[in-house]
Design a protein around this ligand. Structure first.
Ligand code: CA
Length: 232
């Protein structure tokens, strides 16, 4: 028995061959698999079957994956449903939009089913130990963050951060392994009404790395998408 045994995955894909292949691999790993070939069918199944994970192809007939993603996030009971998008390389701008709409991860086609299963398991694992809203402490190797005291320590030494550097670090530590787009970071840390550009984010990431050299390797830039804190 593995932890994935009880998990229900909804795979949304209109290409039958890919759908069958992914289903086969997931079932082999002990997941229970539901399938949908259109966006409408996917929304119905999210609503009725309450899956634990959604694997969502972006290119679907009639209603595309981005619209499905948006509508799923608007359902109160599915707002936290983990979503992995299946994207093509040419859909990079759609991938950014998807991440901003609240998808958790993406896999670029052509993908190996094995890699996809690994990503699915990693995401479910990450969510199982995800910090709650009441989390007040984070640890990342020798790095410790205390939200209550507004303090960051590297080993014994306190590291002084500006308010925005602190906010940025908090958001990264809250979401290890997840790609965070510049816009998401900007909106979360600076707020929607902030009048600035995404370059602001790059500048602050660079400063964080200067103050905490451990992060130089740990925060990776993900192509044109944004940043990700490597999972320890
Ligand atoms: Ca498709």
């Amino acid at each position: 028995m593995t932890a994935s045994n009880s998990k229900k995955v909804l795979v949304v894909e209109d290409e039958r061959e890919i759908l069958q292949l992914v289903t086969h691999y997931l079932e082999k790993e002990g997941f229970r698999v539901l399938t949908a070939t259109t966006g409408i069918e996917a929304l119905k199944k999210v609503n009725n079957e309450k899956p634990d994970l959604l694997l969502l192809d972006l290119m679907l007939p009639e209603m595309d994956g981005l619209e499905v993603c948006k509508r799923v996030r608007a359902m109160p009971e599915a707002a936290m449903l983990p979503i992995i998008m299946l994207t093509a390389k040419a859909e990079e701008s759609d991938t950014i939009v998807g991440l901003e709409l609240g998808a958790d991860d993406y896999v670029t086609k052509p993908f190996s089913p094995k890699a996809l299963v690994a990503r699915a398991k990693a995401l479910l694992r990450r969510l199982e130990r995800a910090p709650s809203a009441e989390t007040t402490h984070y640890r990342y190797g020798p790095l410790a963050m205390d939200l209550g005291r507004h303090e960051v320590r590297f080993g014994e030494k306190e590291v002084l951060l500006t308010a925005k550097e602190f906010g940025l670090l908090e958001h990264l530590l809250r979401n290890p392994g997840r790609v965070l787009t510049r816009d998401v970071l900007l909106n979360t840390v600076w707020g929607y009404d902030y009048y600035g550009t995404t370059r602001t984010v790059d500048v602050h990431i660079r400063r964080l790395k200067q103050k905490l050299p451990l992060l130089d390797e740990a925060i990776v830039s993900v192509k044109s998408l944004g940043y990700k804190l490597k999972e320890l």
